[in-house]
Design a protein around this ligand. Structure first.
Ligand code: GTP
Length: 238
C-alpha cells in the first residue's frame, strides 16, 4: 500500500467549517464527517494536530467593528475556539481515537495547558492534539496559531480546510471566470493579497518554510488525498 507523504500535519479548520449550512454553531453531521476524515489518516500512522477557529460562534474582528474593545472581542473568540475544540474532541473520541485538547489560555479544569514538548509527545503516541484558544494573544488570528504551532511542533505541512477547492485570482463564488492557482509562492500570496491566510500567518509560514495546502474540506476523503500527496487544491510554498 502507498505510504502517506507526510508524517506530521497541522489541519486548520475554520469555525465556519463546523457550522455547515446553518452558518452558526456546530453541526453534528459536519463535525462527525470531519472526524471520520481525520480518523482515516490517523489510522495510517499520520500524526495530526488540529487548530480550530471560532468564527461559527464569535468573530473578534466583527465585535470590534461594532465598537467593542478589540482585545476583549478577540478573547471572546479564543473562548469560542475552546468550545469547538471540545466538540471535535468528543466527535473524535466517539470514533475511538485518543485526543488531547491543549489550550493556549490556561483553563485546567477543561483542557491541558499548551506545553510544546508535551504536545509532541502526545503526537508521537498517536493522539490527535487539538490546539485551542489560538495563540492566547489578541490581534493574532487562528491562522497565525496554525502557523506558529506548525513551526513549534515541526509539522511538515498545514492543511488549510476551506469551502472552495483552492486559491483563485478572484472569488469563484462571484466570478465564474475566476482562475485557480495550483502552485503559489508565499510572496505572491502576500503581494496579490490572496485570501489564503492573513499576512502575519503567511509571513510566519514563509520565514519557516512551512508549505500550505488549501483544499476543499466539503469533499469527502480530501484530507486523506492531501496527506497521500495527491495534487488537490492549491499548494503554497517554494
Ligand atoms: P502520558 O503521560 O503521555 O501517558 O499522557 P497522558 O495525557 O495520558 O497523561 P496524564 O496523566 O497527564 O493525563 C491523563 C488525562 O488527564 C488525559 O485525558 C489528559 O488530557 C488529562 N489532563 C492532563 N493534564 C490536564 C490538565 O491540566 N487539565 C485537564 N483538564 N486535563 C488534563
Amino acid at each position: 500500500m502507498q505510504k502517506p507523504k507526510y508524517k506530521r500535519v497541522v489541519l486548520k479548520l475554520s469555525g465556519e467549517a463546523l457550522a455547515g449550512d446553518q452558518g452558526y454553531g456546530i453541526s453534528h453531521e459536519i463535525i462527525n464527517s470531519i472526524a471520520k476524515q481525520v480518523v482515516e489518516v490517523v489510522k495510517l500512522g499520520v500524526e495530526v494536530a488540529i487548530v480550530v477557529g471560532g468564527g461559527n460562534i464569535w468573530r473578534g474582528v466583527a465585535g470590534s467593528a461594532r465598537g467593542m474593545d478589540r482585545a476583549t472581542a478577540d478573547y471572546m473568540g479564543m473562548l469560542a475556539t475552546v468550545i469547538n475544540a471540545l466538540a471535535l474532541q468528543d466527535a473524535l473520541e466517539k470514533l475511538g481515537i485518543e485526543t488531547r485538547v491543549m489550550s493556549a489560555i490556561e483553563m485546567k479544569e477543561i483542557a491541558e495547558p499548551y506545553i510544546r514538548r508535551r504536545a509532541i509527545r502526545h503526537l508521537e503516541k498517536g493522539r490527535v492534539v487539538i490546539f485551542a484558544a489560538g495563540t492566547g494573544n489578541p490581534y493574532f488570528s487562528t491562522d497565525t496559531a496554525a502557523a506558529l504551532r506548525s513551526a513549534e511542533i515541526e509539522a511538515e505541512v498545514i492543511l488549510m480546510a476551506k469551502k472552495v477547492d483552492g486559491v483563485y485570482d478572484s472569488d469563484p463564488l462571484k466570478n465564474p471566470n475566476a482562475k485557480k492557482f495550483t502552485d503559489l509562492e508565499y510572496i505572491e500570496v502576500l503581494n496579490k493579497g490572496l485570501g489564503v491566510m492573513d499576512s502575519t500567518a503567511t509571513s510566519l509560514c514563509m520565514d519557516n518554510k512551512i508549505p500550505i495546502i488549501v483544499f476543499d474540506l466539503t469533499k469527502n476523503g480530501n484530507i486523506l488525498r492531501a496527506v497521500m500527496g495527491e495534487e488537490i487544491g492549491t499548494y503554497v510554498g517554494r
